[in-house]
Design a binder for this molecule. Structure first.
Ligand code: UT7
Length: 327
């Protein structure tokens, strides 16, 4: 049976480091609160006029092409998960392809907030499994600083900018994406939302004055749903694949809050030394958290390792992917 194996991963984060100490100068917060409530110490911020998510995505993809020895003309499809596209249109995937020289193939964006990478990976996998394509790139790229209100202490401490990308190729030896689950519940829409700038509330003086172009989050409500659903979906994918906690080499969780990650690991029976973490240095980079984790931990991964990816985000959306690492 044809599976889609991840055969390479690369990541990019911008240079600027926004520390908890600097945030203390901007809003009424402190390092102790941020660290104990979220696990975040610092995050990266993309500076420079006219710079968008695509610039980070393109760096991740260019690095991925180079390290895997893949030529741009060998890529059959590129999917970008992002909640902070450079423009309303054209899509960020189109822009990334242009920057790295991938031409004349399909490219499109996926919008599933913090679950975007899990969604995009699930979609990319289908094109390999059907035999339609042989090389698919899945990118997660978000410039969350573009939609963060740096006067709102309840959100501005959480988010950061970054991008990560994986290459998918066919594998018939039992490695790769072996299962995935994607879920949503739109009744959660008002708990985590950027209300302005779309077709309901196009940009106007009023939308700007109301702060509707920023992320709004009802933290405690999202927290409750996130803890339950990320743990449930991870347990479900383990159960239906006959995996016990000790069979899982790595949990690769979306990085929104260290406490949500710990709850998920507990429920799965996975010990904390098997949980990938980058939240302390990057914060919540939305669609980029999971590929950036894979990139950071790449050297520790072994062929045959069982990985469970799990995410929860706005929508609400959530999901999980079971991967048998291929190299
Ligand atoms: O990635 C997409 C999905 N998103 C998530 O999964 C995020 C889920 N939510 C969370 O991670 C947490 O709810 C937060 C980290 C956002 C907030 O943590 P919390 O433990 O739920 O805190 P809270 O919102 O209940 O606030 C507790 C207190 C409040 O003060 P009072 O009312 O008790 O006096 C807040 O005003 O902490 C206050 N507070 C802060 N204090 C210092 C809120 N933000 C801050 C801050 N610094 N930055």
């Amino acid at each position: 049976m044809m599976k889609a194996a991840i055969t390479g991963v690369h990541g990019y984060v911008p240079d600027y480091v926004l520390t908890n100490a600097e945030l203390e100068q901007m809003v009424d917060t402190n390092d102790e609160w941020i660290t104990s409530r979220t696990g975040i110490k610092e995050r990266r911020i993309l500076k420079g006029e006219g710079m968008g998510s695509s610039h980070m995505g393109a760096k991740a993809v260019a690095g991925l092409l180079e390290k895997t020895g893949t030529k741009p003309e060998e890529v059959d499809l590129l999917i970008c998960a992002t909640t902070t596209p450079d423009y309303v249109f054209p899509c960020t995937a189109n822009l990334i392809c242009d920057m790295v020289g991938i031409r004349n193939v399909g490219s499109f964006d996926i919008q599933a907030a913090c679950s975007g990478f899990v969604y995009a990976l699930t979609i990319g996998t289908q094109f390999i499994e059907t035999g339609k394509y042989r090389r698919v790139i899945v990118v997660g790229a978000d410039k969350m600083s573009a939609i963060t209100d740096y006067t709102d202490r309840t959100t501005c401490v959480l988010f950061g900018d970054g991008a990560g990308a994986v290459l998918l190729e066919p594998n018939e030896d039992g490695y790769g994406v072996l299962d995935s689950l994607i879920k949503s519940d739109g009744s959660g829409q008002n708990h985590l939302i950027q209300k302005g700038g779309g077709s309901r509330y196009p940009p106007s003086h009023e939308t700007v004055d109301n702060g509707w172009h920023y992320v709004y989050q009802d933290g405690p409500s999202v927290f409750k749903f996130a803890v339950k659903n990320m743990a449930d979906v991870s347990a479900e994918i383990m159960e239906r694949n006959g995996l016990k906690g000790e069979d899982v080499a790595w949990l690769v969780p979306h990085q929104a809050n260290k406490r949500i990650i710990d709850a998920t690991a507990n429920r799965m029976g996975v010990s904390f030394d098997k949980v990938m973490l980058n939240i302390y240095k990057y914060g919540n980079t939305t669609a980029a958290t999971i590929p950036l984790c894979l990139f950071d931990y790449e050297s520790k991964l072994n062929k045959g390792d069982n990985l469970v990816l799990a995410a929860f985000g706005g929508g609400f959306t959530w999901g999980s992917v079971y991967v048998k690492w291929a190299y």
